[in-house]
Write a new protein. Structure first.
Length: 367
């Protein structure tokens, strides 16, 4: 039996001291030339966050909270994978693997894991190169390879029949797990970011298709620069992010402004500590480059592949960055459940845990 080792997060005190020192010595750029976020995260807010991170944020308290979950490391295909494994008190509960994306982390699921254990044995791995998982030293850790690794993980835990959920990169991995059904143990998938393209001409798009096209156009014009950089030259980007915690924070936080349903400010939907907990998953593990490399490996694979034949549930949140309408998704998935959510954005479990939990339970209760 391959080794599964207990794990606890314990960032060395020297690393925390170094972080505070770097934050205090941040070399600041000049102020933006506009009165909003259109040139990026504003200077005043960034300075406020950096000051809080350096002087008031209590990582040890946040670390203790994360360590209330049962965590492990196991080697799969030559790489250590960090994962939370929270068993249900019901021994017959359905096993569920949930996967995060970028710029998220396992922190996104901190509020939903406990309630989900009423119905599920919850497995929540960190993607290769993310958080406390190992960093690939060679190319080849694609979405397809990760999907296969997650099946190995579930079977290693004794789960030959399971379900999967994910958003962002987690949606790509979960979709691939669904495509692999028949050769793996997955019997259904759920996603809050279905990946689908138009199935025909768009001379007379429906209102849903118009919304999807508008969201895609906005993403391409204003929101996709990070993806172009990370999918082409992640190493170059990494020198700045690995050296500057203020830079790492800004690179991530701007997306939490842009991609959440936050009415103009990320702290309208997530607390400052929650936002910094997620940033710490990148800074404390020095994973800016290793996480970005997933874009280099697999970004061009978004939107392709065979149809998912297992039952698929979709939670469609209004502020999702890619809003494929159901008509497109029907060609890519076997849709048996679709919920149009009243609020929420890209980080569904993080932003709207109650809606997320309710929908995951409702759908997987049918399989």
């Amino acid at each position: 039996m391959p080794d599964i080792r207990p794990f606890r997060i314990d960032v060395p005190e020297a690393d925390l001291a170094d972080l505070r020192d770097r934050l205090r010595r941040t070399r600041w750029p000049e102020r933006e030339c506009v009165g909003d976020w259109s040139q990026g995260i504003p200077l005043d807010y960034t300075r406020e966050l950096v000051g809080y991170w350096a002087e008031d944020y209590d990582w040890r308290a946040r670390e203790r909270r994360l360590n209330t979950f049962d965590q492990y490391l196991t080697e799969i295909d030559g790489l250590d994978i960090h994962f939370i494994h929270q068993r249900s008190p019901n021994p017959d509960a359905l096993p569920l693997i949930i996967t995060h994306g970028w710029p998220g982390s396992v922190v996104e699921f901190g509020t939903v894991i406990g309630p989900l254990t009423e119905n599920f044995h919850v497995v929540c791995p960190a993607l290769p190169g993310y958080g406390f998982s190992g960093k690939p030293a060679a190319t080849g850790w694609t979405v397809e390879r990760i999907a296969a690794a997650w099946d190995v993980l579930m079977r290693r835990l004794g789960y030959d029949r399971y379900v999967a959920q994910g958003g962002d990169w987690g949606a790509a991995v979960t979709t691939q797990i669904g495509r692999n059904a028949g050769s793996n143990g997955c019997v259904a998938i759920h996603t809050n970011m279905p990946i689908a393209l138009p199935t025909g001409p768009l001379e007379n798009p429906t209102p849903d298709e118009q919304d999807a096209l508008a969201a895609a156009a906005r993403y391409q014009k204003w929101d996709s620069g990070y993806a172009k950089q990370q999918s082409t030259r992640p190493q170059t980007l990494g020198y700045g992010l690995a050296d500057s915690p203020a830079g790492q924070l800004a690179w991530i936080m701007e997306k939490f402004w842009s991609w959440t349903d936050c009415d103009g400010h990320p702290e309208n939907v997530l607390s400052r500590d929650e936002l910094l907990d997620n940033v710490m998953m990148y800074w404390a593990t020095n994973s800016a480059v290793s996480s970005a490399r997933l874009y280099w490996e697999s970004f061009t694979s978004f939107g392709g592949g065979a149809k998912v034949e297992v039952p698929t549930g979709v939670a469609s949140f209004p502020k999702e960055i890619l809003k494929a309408p159901r008509s497109w998704c029907e060609a890519a998935y076997t849709i048996t459940h679709w919920t149009t959510m009243p609020r929420g954005g890209h980080f569904a479990a993080f932003e709207q845990p109650e809606l997320f939990i309710e929908d995951v339970r409702a759908f997987f209760g049918t399989v």
